[in-house]
Design a protein around this ligand. Structure first.
Ligand code: AMP
Length: 216
């Protein structure tokens, strides 16, 4: 089954997608991470999109669509995707629908994580990601320690777009561009809304319950 997860920045999509991908053996297609790698590696595309990403706006639909199609067309991952960060607006949602049809697949579930702006600010300002194992930590809610992280702490890094100014812009972009896809997926009867402000484990339990109910 293909899953889509979305929510405002800092809602916990990345963390929950990691868990879901591991438990259900899905391929996590995280557009933000792929785009960040392009910027980090200073590729032609990376140089083109770096200022857009750093100001918290969306990269063009055309660029992201090409990227996403490369993965969707790969038979290895057929019907085993978790789309994390795509779609981000109505044209992307329609495009994803077309791409899934084209490669004889479909979306089985859309999860929306909801959290308030106050929590988002704390989550994002406290967030760090390990550049070795890709695990996500938070100095307020889920600090890295010897038990939950085996790499050295020097590998924990902050994202360049995790600062107060960009957070607000990313949140605004979410409200304006991304939240309209709620109705789109509601009309397709695929949407499940989840309270994203509870504990990480509790959220994952709820998600597992929903997936379990659809599998039987
Ligand atoms: P994220 O890691 O999902 O928070 O994404 C980080 C940044 O990558 C966003 O603020 C956008 O600039 C860009 N990005 C990620 N996914 C998309 C997408 N589907 N469409 C356009 N831009 C995207």
């Amino acid at each position: 089954m293909n899953l889509i997860i979305f929510g405002p920045p800092g809602a916990g999509k990345g963390t929950q997608s990691n868990f879901i991908a591991n438990k259900y053996k899905l391929f996590q297609l995280e557009t933000g991470k792929i785009l960040r790698n392009e910027v980090k590696n200073k590729t032609e595309l990376g140089i083109k999109i770096s200022s857009t990403m750093n100001e918290g706006s969306l990269v063009s639909d055309e660029i992201v669509s090409k990227l996403v199609e490369k993965f969707i067309s790969n038979k290895k991952h057929k019907n085993k995707f978790i789309f994390d960060g795509y779609p981000r607006n109505i044209p992307q949602a329609e495009n994803l629908n077309n791409l899934l049809n084209k490669y004889e697949q479909k979306a089985g579930l859309v999860l929306k994580l909801s959290v308030s702006l106050d929590i988002i600010k704390k989550r994002i300002s406290g967030r760090s990601v390990c550049s070795i194992c890709a695990k996500i930590y938070n100095e307020y809610f889920n600090p890295a320690n010897n038990e939950n992280h085996s790499c050295e702490s020097k590998f924990l890094v902050k994202r360049s777009d995790d600062n107060e100014k960009t957070i607000l812009k990313r949140y605004e972009t979410y409200l304006k561009k991304t939240s309209p896809i709620i109705d789109y997926y509601k009309s397709l009867n695929l949407l499940y809304e989840i309270d994203g402000k509870t504990e990480i484990d509790q959220i994952f339990e709820k998600i597992s319950h929903i997936i379990g109910s659809l599998e039987t």
